[in-house]
Design a protein around this ligand. Structure first.
Ligand code: SF4
Length: 272
């Protein structure tokens, strides 16, 4: 996943998965000319994010890895709490919190990576995350997003900034990462995001956990099937989402308006 001398950013949320990823990458890249940077994005979630950011800063300091902390407020002018307050007051059909938060986080990480001049962005998505994402896309009929789960698939980008994304923990169970983080005494936040139960992901997580408890190993064999499907999937050229420039912000997008500008529009409309 990594080549000699690359500059690698790690999305460090302050939770157990990303804390473990920072620790492991720091251990295995020693002596390989790799420069590591931690990137922490503060979404602005009262009573939740403050502790996670402190843990992230503490871990980066202990491992002597430089850390860049940025926030939605810096990038977009509002916190996630403010965006959701606007939505709650003004929107009749509610867009879920994660649907608003996800695109903003991806854009924040991209901008931070660009600022640091990184070659690679490593995120701590684990086996459970990958399976949940598969089922979310299966239920919404989004074949191309299933294709994106194939680690060897790199959709062509017309951006001048080329960033490779890797998920080193995609074959590791979430529970094992929690165990690892406890064993190593890493500082991490154990509390969950207060908005996490709005989307379908929580229901899928519970179903998969219940299957795993009755049939140990089923998640791992499902992952092999998912990766097999993703790698064998051929998206017809005419059905591929072609990449273009967003008409509003100029970022690479699969539509005329990118998901971040659509999200900003939702928040702005709710705020009117
Ligand atoms: Fe954002 Fe959803 Fe994650 Fe909370 S659970 S931080 S709202 S993506």
């Amino acid at each position: 996943m990594l080549k000699y001398g690359e500059k690698v950013g790690i999305g460090l949320s302050g939770g157990k998965d990303s804390a473990s990823l920072l620790y492991v990458l720091n251990e295995i890249t020693k002596g390989h000319g790799t420069e590591l940077y931690a990137i922490t994005i503060d979404e602005g979630i009262r009573g939740y994010r403050e502790e996670a950011v402190k843990n992230a800063e503490r871990l980066a300091r202990e491992l002597t890895i430089p850390i860049l902390v940025s926030s939605y407020k810096d990038f977009f002018g509002f916190t996630l709490d403010e965006a959701l307050d606007f939505r709650n007051i003004h929107q009749k059909s509610k867009v879920t919190s994660c649907a608003i938060c996800g695109p903003l986080r991806r854009r924040s990480l991209d901008r931070s990576a660009e600022k640091l001049g990184l070659h690679v962005l490593a995120t701590a998505h684990n086996l459970d995350d990958v399976l949940q994402t598969f089922y979310i896309n299966l239920h919404s009929g989004d074949l191309e997003r299933i294709k994106w789960l194939d680690p060897a698939y790199h959709p062509s980008s017309n951006s001048s900034f080329k960033l490779r994304r890797i998920k080193p923990f995609m074959e590791i169970y979430e529970q094992e990462l929690a165990f690892f983080a406890y064993l190593k005494g890493l500082p991490f936040q154990s509390e969950s995001c207060p908005y996490m139960n709005e989307g379908i992901r929580t229901e899928i997580r519970e179903n998969l956990n219940s299957l795993e408890s009755r049939h140990p190993g089923i998640k791992y064999s499902s992952l092999k099937t998912v990766l097999g499907i993703a790698s064998g999937l051929e998206i017809q050229e005419k059905k591929k989402k072609s990449l273009m420039r967003c008409e509003k912000c100029g970022s690479v997008s699969t539509g005329t308006i990118c998901s971040v500008c659509e999200t900003l529009e939702i928040v702005a409309n709710a705020n009117r």
